[in-house]
Design a protein around this ligand. Structure first.
Ligand code: FE2
Ligand code: FE2
Length: 147
């Protein structure tokens, strides 16, 4: 499953450049993994991409949560719960792969793509829209705060 099949990246923008860049990078790593699996790529390379994705995603979640805390986002608690679930999935993939207990075939990681897409298009977008609420409601619209 590729981004083209899910919609363009612009359609997935949450309106926060720094986070949009991270999301793009996450998807690119997932697609690289899927291509590698489809072409029968080596175990070592797959393991290193899985670890890269896990590390990058944890750093991205930490940044997002820091931004939400700094802006007093009311949806922070629920959002953090979603992050924990995704992070645990990724960690499980890394652990099982390291143990040689992960049998990956083309399509095995589609759930990752769908999980990330759902999180970005719903949870992350809710934050972007909340940030962008009208100034009179405490939002940053027209304040030049769009990052
Ligand atoms: Fe998020
Ligand atoms: Fe995100």
């Amino acid at each position: 499953m590729r981004l083209g099949e899910l919609g363009t990246h612009d359609e997935m923008s949450i309106g926060v450049k720094m986070l949009d860049c991270d999301h793009r990078q996450q998807f690119e790593t997932i697609f690289e993994l899927q291509d590698l699996i489809a072409s029968g790529g080596g175990r070592g390379r797959i393991g290193s991409l899985l670890r890269r994705l896990e590390r990058f995603t944890r750093a991205h979640f930490a940044l997002e949560e820091e931004m939400m805390e700094a802006t007093n986002y009311p949806g922070l608690k629920g959002h953090v719960f979603g992050h924990r679930q995704i992070a645990e999935h990724l960690q499980a993939l890394v652990v099982f792969h390291d143990r040689g207990a992960l049998h990956l075939v083309p399509g095995s990681l589609d759930f990752l793509t769908v999980g990330h897409m759902n999180h970005v298009e719903h949870d992350d977008l809710s934050y972007g829209l909340w940030l962008d609420r009208p100034t009179e409601m405490g939002g940053r619209r027209d304040q030049g705060l769009r990052t």
